[in-house]
Write a protein that binds this ligand. Sequence first.
Ligand SMILES: [Zn+2]
Length: 194
Amino acid sequence: MSRADWAIFLDRDGTIIEETGYISDPAKVKLLGNVASSIAHLNRLGVPVVVVSNQAGVARGLFTVEDIEAVNERLRQLLAAQDASLDAVYYCVHHPDYDVECDCRKPRPGLLLRAAEELDIDLSRSFMVGDKLTDLQAGKAAGTSTVFVRTGFGSGELEKDGDEVLGFADKVCENSTQAIEWILKQRCGDERTR
Ligand SMILES: [Zn+2]
């Protein structure tokens, strides 16, 4: 990657895969809609795709880091079957009620900041996509633009905290495929040769 690249950060559960609540069984991983072909499109354009995910099930003792890795591996397999890949996956295993107050659990920006550092991403030109208010808050705290999706918890969050969601969202989309299309339009003409 060249310096100051921008990236698309995607939440995992409810944004890329079906929200099933504390998923730990790789067999239950189901891609949402056409997200694989949208990610494949980003891969072809050379836009880094980075997953940032809260996995407090570890802190709660519901599953292990190995379970998270197995689910992520299954996600990568399903994407690969459609020629799509993720540039990186970052997750937080903490929960303040069960272990520690960390910097990486969304709405905190730690995962995005770490990715930006390690992958040399310009956060101010990047986008965070998610189905929860906390995704948007993490994005804004890290300095990205934000897109809210109605999949997963999205519709429910809009009903419950609509004003706050709209306050943090630069755009609301039906799903991550629409979100990616919208983002590419914002960046249209801004693509640089890599
Ligand atoms: Zn954390």
